[in-house]
Unconditional design. Sequence first.
Length: 223
Amino acid sequence: MPKRALAQKRPFLLLSIAAALAFHYLRVSELPELYLVPLKGSAVGLLAVYAFVRHASADARLYVWALGAAAFGDMAMEIDLTVGGLLFFLHHVLAMGLFLKHRRPAMGIHSWICGVTLICVPLAGYLLPYDPDAKLETALYALSLGAMAASAWASDFARFRVGAGAMLFVVSDLILFAEMGPLSGTQWPQLLVWPLYYLGMFLMCTGVIQTMRKRDPQLRVVK
């Protein structure tokens, strides 16, 4: 039975990793960018499928919607940055709703980490872009990003998977913000943003779903 369960869940994670790696390397090739759009979206899209088939709870379904918004956001970012940003804003709101529902009863020193994240991420979103017209819009998006990451760190999911994954997401977006400012014209965003973002999403997804399966084994879709 354990082997059967592993065989049923592994393809979606392996296919997701394969899609993420393929996009990372093929985007510097001569392949037309239009063909890379669905490949990019399938990386997180397959994580959504993994979450859907692994747990049948309402919380898991909520997280599937969040992952779906991120997958469509990945594709939209290649076509329209505003639409992509709105879809990621939706991801942050949905994910934050899940994380706030599972808050830790006691935070201790970790409350400071959450507070710093809530303040510094939108502040960086405002300060990093050089274009004055982009500052406010980026800061508002960064506020939702910081709130999502802070709520993930404050949740009772595995902190060094879900919380750390959310922080990797933050770092990837901070590099994107810096691409509109001090990192403009450098290769660092192209090298770092996608790997950090995907690893963060992978850690959050697997951490959330595996925790749910341990807490509510009766709702496991794959036994």
